[in-house]
Write a protein that binds this ligand. Structure first.
Ligand code: GLY
Length: 654
């Protein structure tokens, strides 16, 4: 089965994109939805609240405002198509407070401060302890469930092929393209272009840092004895919001819980919501409860959506809308349709590109964000992100600063996608590439220019496959050109490998030293791969190498640290960074090398040949961080005899 454009996700984002694509004349559009009712779309309250949500990020504010502006026309168009009134209502939002603000927040959008007398006059019935509040006249609401219904109906009437209760199990990728998707009920489905709009479930298909953030909600029904809706605007309290609908429902939201996909309403969640809502607007306490529900917001580390191109040329991303999916639906549809139909990239899009998560400087750089990696159907849960308890300096090589102490490679992966996912998961900033393999277009090395984001990843060209100093020098020069072609004009790094021996792949010390001398003269930052020979390491440092890279055991052997004593001496004597390279097979060995005081690690085979490379890459990153921290923390001395954990001094002897 083929389709022009296949959208994964039948929430408000996926449907809005489908409708927009159809309206622009796309012939075949398919939407796959795992469970229409489970989408965050249904759980939302439908606030269109860029002002009340106090969005700090400038680009995000622009995006939200643009979308809010599109709403009246967009919902009218949907009504024309379907006859469904979505309940769009420019009702404004009132945000009462219990403490007078210490300083008025600088606001670019219309927001009016109402003092105690004014707010109680403007909105009778507020809790006694409300001392004032902000009035956001431009914020609005839509009935999100009616909107979902309108979008579904519009999509259907425009000829979108809508499939509910279909779970996408995998994106099948080949050479930078999605070539099909595997589903649980429909087998393989192919399209020429794909859109991932799977909300909180996006990370089950790609290693994107999207996580569920649960929200519990409830609604009340305005009793018959209250003839008129007493609330004519949304109340946005400090820990709750109350959204009155024209239909006489009153929505109360929402908890914000980091509990994964744990379903159900809980007594604590509902109690908390009710308490806050009654404090804000006490008369609610007598209204009948209509419904309780919950949903999962698609949260991202910076709470901004992930929009735009992906690592695959025919896959567009539109997910991670967190608290603002309903609001952002029309602008997302417009921007994504422009991108797909007209290759027009909106000026705001770079702010929302997925690559922003690839590097993130901090004292605990490698733990600052996490992603889910799936192993079959088992999701590996993201780990917590502790702050580094110890200050650390970054890794500096030839004057260039790196936050990550793990370097990886591109060789031996089963597919280019596994390589890409692993590089992301490892959080590395340096990736070594065999110049010869790129030249020869060895499998996995074609399309490398597009495969990784070279604006974020520093390329370390290596001279693998060179048996003599002369060959290595020639290949190093080619490597420099290669880095230039990728836009790294100032990249003069080379990982020098001179390996005449095909069986053990042990480097030639004399050839390495000769080549290093020459390359340093030519202005290269030379990172020589060597046997763990302290004398050689010193000589290489003396000729001006930028690092030394002693092997832990033979390349690709996964034998672990076989040269510990010598590596220790190299670390003790080196004034340049020591990068332990080759032979590390597992995270425990990676951690051990870092505990010795190595400045960094280069790991390729142990990641590429793991059953789940991305998960192993993630584990190696954690090991490198843990080992580094342990080194800084200083391990306890090893003793010959036991020593009791509870001291005996000061105890009472009877
Ligand atoms: N948009 C409000 C919420 O996510 O709770």
């Amino acid at each position: 089965m083929t389709s022009d454009i296949l959208i994964i996700g039948g929430g408000v984002i996926g449907l809005a994109i489908a409708v927009e694509l159809k309206l622009r004349g796309t012939k075949n559009v398919t939407v796959l939805c795992r469970d229409f009712q489970a989408a965050a779309t249904h759980a939302a309250a439908g606030m269109l609240a860029p002002d009340a949500e106090i969005i700090q990020d400038q680009a995000m504010r622009q995006l939200c405002w643009r979308s809010r502006t599109l709403y009246p026309e967009w919902t009218r168009k949907l009504e024309d198509l379907t006859g469904i009134n979505t309940g769009y209502w420019a009702c404004g939002i009132l945000a009462p407070v219990y403490q007078p603000p210490t300083s008025p927040a600088p606001r670019e959008s219309p927001a009016y401060w109402l003092d105690q007398a004014a707010i109680h006059q403007y909105q009778p019935g507020l809790g006694n302890d409300v001392v004032g509040g902000w009035w956001y006249p431009e914020d609005a609401q839509v009935d999100n469930r009616l909107l979902a219904q309108a979008l579904w109906t519009a999509a259907k009437s425009l000829g979108v092929d809508l499939k509910d209760n279909v779970t996408v199990e995998g994106l099948i990728q080949q050479q930078g393209q999605v070539i099909g998707i595997q589903t649980n009920t429909e087998g393989m489905i192919r399209a020429s272009h794909y859109v991932l709009a799977a909300g909180a479930w996006a990370s089950e298909l790609l290693p994107l840092p999207v996580r569920p953030r649960k929200g519990q909600m409830l609604s009340l029904r305005l009793p018959d004895f209250v003839p008129e809706l007493p609330l004519r605007r949304i109340l946005f309290g400090e820990n709750t919001y109350i959204v009155p609908r024209r239909s006489r429902s009153i929505i109360i939201g929402a908890t914000s819980e980091d509990v994964g996909f744990t379903p159900h309403n809980t007594p604590a969640g509902i109690q908390n919501l009710l308490q806050q809502a009654i404090r804000l607007y006490p008369q609610l306490q007598d209204y009948p409860i209509q419904e309780l529900w919950w949903g999962f917001r698609p949260d991202t580390p910076d709470e901004l959506p992930i929009l735009g191109t992906s690592h695959c040329e025919n896959l567009t991303l539109a997910t991670g809308h967190y608290r603002n999916g309903i609001l952002l639906a029309p602008v997302t549809a417009e921007i994504i349709a422009n991108l797909i139909c007209e290759q027009k990239s909106d000026s705001l899009l770079p702010n929302f590109h997925y690559t922003r998560f690839h590097t993130q400087p901090s004292t605990a750089p490698m733990l600052t964000h996490s992603a889910n990696f799936t192993n079959g159907h088992r999701a590996i849960a993201p780990l917590p992100t502790p702050d580094s308890p110890l200050p650390d300096s970054p890794l500096i090589i030839a004057g260039k600063t790196f936050q990550s102490r793990l370097m990886t490679g591109t060789g031996k992966y089963r597919s280019i996608e596994e390589m890409q996912q692993s590089v992301v998961a490892s959080n590395c900033q340096i990736v070594t590439v065999a110049v010869r393999r790129v030249q020869a277009k060895t499998p996995g090395h074609e399309g490398l220019a597009e495969a990784l984001d070279w604006s974020k990843i520093w390329m370390l060209p290596n001279t693998a496959g060179c048996q003599t100093a002369e060959e290595a020098i020639r290949v190093a020069r080619l490597g420099r050109e290669m880095a230039k072609l990728l836009g790294q004009e100032d990249n003069n790094f080379v990982k020098l490998e001179v390996i005449p021996d095909p069986k053990y792949l042990l480097p030639d010390p004399i050839g390495t030293l000769q080549a290093a001398e020459q390359l340093v003269k030519e202005g290269f930052a030379v990172l020589p791969y060597i046997n763990a020979d302290p004398m050689l390491a010193k000589r290489l440092e003396d000729v001006g190498c930028a690092t030394v890279m002693p092997l832990a055991s033979p390349i690709g052997s996964g034998q672990g640290l076989k040269t510990t004593a010598n590596i220790q001496i190299i670390i003790e004597n080196a004034k340049v960074p020591v990068v332990v390279d080759a032979g590390i097979g597992s995270p425990s060995e990676a951690a051990q090398a870092m505990e010795l005081g190595a400045d960094a690690l280069l790991i390729n085979s142990a990641i590429a040949l793991a059953q789940n490379p991305a998960a192993m890459a993630y584990a190696m990153n954690l090991a490198a961080v843990a080992g580094r921290l342990a080194y800084l923390a200083g391990r306890m001395p090893i003793k010959s005899y036991a020593s009791a954990s509870s001291p005996v001094t000061g105890t009472i002897n009877s």
